[in-house]
Ligand binder design. Structure first.
Ligand code: DON
Length: 316
């Protein structure tokens, strides 16, 4: 039974990898981070990790890429572990309908970011980590090591320095929130830690395994409880409503799963109770979401009938 499922998944992922090939030339790369602008677009990988312990991949599923905003999932989890619900006094839980790096809502909403996935919210989360860790730039990396049970994953320092040298926008957001007393630490220290976490390099296979606790009510296989079930479910709710920024509605419409995207081209989706799937292709649409990776996850959700809005088999 186990092997049959692995075989089916293997075939499905290979089919998806072949189907999305024509999309790989589409889109741009994140020009505002010079080290990312050099990444060749014709690459694609996909991997699935199941709560039952299988891990299956296709294409360049073992090639590491810049996880960028996918790191916000791990940073948020760590901040919730440390801060609990007090975090929600500083970050709201609404979709923003704005680009990930927008400042426009912050003035009207007095420095409280709409959600923890837009850059403003992620910077508050990093500020929490800066107040809790002696080496905040390594906190997210070391958490990923614990989740994976191995220490091979590293920060790409060239990408970290490249983003840090071009971080005027995030600096503006951070200073603005500090003006509203919603960022307590030193802005430069927060930006250093934020750029370091975004520059972690991981493969689809590693990401699917590391985020599996989100599919398992907060329990990471072989590690134990990472978050209480309610907190893990809430992260899934935020992924569905805010994980793809101003395309979150479109992602929910097309895919029907909690997803998170990053400008490195990664898209990660959770099938609660079952699995975590991660796809990667560097070409991005105008919202900064990977075109081919989103299309791959859309095909995966359709082929497996795993939209969270689908009635369970035999349930109707
Ligand atoms: O802060 C930034 O702009 C990047 N380090 C991360 C943005 C990102 O990945 C948005 N996702 N689509």
């Amino acid at each position: 039974m186990r092997h049959a499922m692995q075989h089916d998944l293997d075939t499905l992922l290979r089919t998806i990898a072949a189907d999305v090939q024509p999309l790989l030339g589409e889109g741009g790369v994140a020009e505002y981070i010079p080290a990312l602008a050099r990444v060749p677009r014709a690459q694609f990988g996909i991997a699935v990790a199941t709560v039952g312990g299988e891990c299956v991949g296709a294409g360049e599923c073992d090639t590491r890429f810049s996880i960028q905003s996918l790191s916000k999932l791990f940073a948020l989890t760590l901040a919730l572990q440390r801060e609990g619900d007090a975090l929600w006094r500083r970050v709201a839980r609404e979709p923003s309908g704005t680009p990930f790096n927008s400042l426009v809502l912050l003035e009207r909403e007095r420095g409280i970011p709409r959600n923890p996935f837009v850059n403003a919210g992620a910077l508050v989360v990093t500020d929490v980590l800066c107040s809790r860790y002696l080496q905040p730039g390594r906190a997210v990396l070391e958490f990923v090591h614990r989740l994976l049970g191995e220490t091979g994953v590293a920060i790409d320092t060239e990408v970290a320095q490249s983003e840090r040298a071009h971080s005027d926008r995030n600096a503006a957001i951070a200073h603005f929130m500090r003006g509203f007393d919603n960022l307590h630490g030193d802005v430069a220290e927060v930006l250093d830690a934020y750029c370091a976490q975004c520059a972690i390099a991981m493969s689809c296979r590693e990401l699917a395994r590391a985020a599996l606790f989100l599919a398992a009510d907060g329990r990471q296989p072989r590690v134990g409880e990472v978050l209480a079930p309610l907190a893990a479910r809430r992260i899934n709710a935020l992924m569905l409503t805010c994980g793809a920024y101003d395309a979150a509605g479109d992602f929910a419409f097309r895919i029907g799963l909690p997803t998170k995207t990053g400008v490195g081209g990664g898209v990660l989706a959770i099938v609660p109770g079952k699995l975590c799937v991660c796809a990667w292709a560097p070409g991005l649409d105008a919202n900064g979401n990977s075109i081919a990776a989103a299309a791959a996850i859309e095909r995966f959700a359709a082929a497996t009938g795993s939209s969270i809005f689908a009635a369970p088999p035999g349930g109707h």
